[in-house]
Design a protein around this ligand. Sequence first.
Ligand code: BDR
Ligand code: CA
Length: 314
Amino acid sequence: ARKLIIDTDPGVDDAFALALAALSSEVDLLGVTTVHGNVPLSATTINARRILALCKRADVPVAAGAARPLVHRRRKEAGEVHGADGLSGRSAALPEPSRPLDERDAVTLLADLLEAADEPVTIAPIGPLTNIAALLAAHPAAAAKIERIVIMGGALGHGNTTAAAEFNIWSDPEAAQRVLAGDDAPCVLVPMDLTYRCAVGAAWLDELDSSGPIGAALHALTPDYREHYRGALGWDGMVIHDAVAVAEAIRPGTLRTDRVPVQVECSFGPGRGATHADRRLPALRASTDAPDAASDVDVAVDTDLDALRALLLD
Ligand code: BDR
Ligand code: CA
């Protein structure tokens, strides 16, 4: 089975993504690291541990990482989307974790797991990229063991946190630029343009609810989040961004990608946190110099929606 580590800020869609990886027979989930993001680090950490307890994965270590962005302090959370506790106010209803929080910090756990791995490891960051940037900067030898970094983040069109920027990238643009522009490991970027198209509807959620105790417990985390997306989408559905990225991490090729240069805007103007993906025709791209800081990234642009929704439910 493919080796996988998830870096996360649960978050309702993170909870879905974590459960997907924790329950999949196609991956060996080596560890989970937590980061600031949707709610403060203390909440994302307990949420991640409770989701693993729900999935009966006490074998998976969880370590807490960065409580704030790498360089700049300015930060916005997403409690209005995910609920004040990150899980529609239902976190405490989940099972208590039986495994203690790992004593190591996230970056140390990531480095230790990578160094110990006997085959390449996929990392799926589904929150701000602070921990991953710190890992790449501090542990180049461990980073050499990374097969792919499959990131939920970015926007090719409009953003969701500002007009230009998607939440995960906006939350730590400098870290995102370090990860995407570094030559440490190949990156796949799963932007919100595609995750929105993969939204699930009431019938899918009902099926999840009636699938068994874990499905029902995940479904119980959705009310606040679903209400937010009912407004955002204009219909009764939910965007499970992070689960789309983790599906690709589990089963490469689930998403169709285009390889294009990407640069993260780190200025403090209205474009802060934008992911500038150069999707011009190759001939036009070749006619002008690419910006120095842009690197080639596999950007996810399409998928077989029915197959993806079936995989997630399965
Ligand atoms: C991303 O932001 C968070 O709110 C979600 O968990 C997802 O990772 C979507 O923009
Ligand atoms: Ca997330």
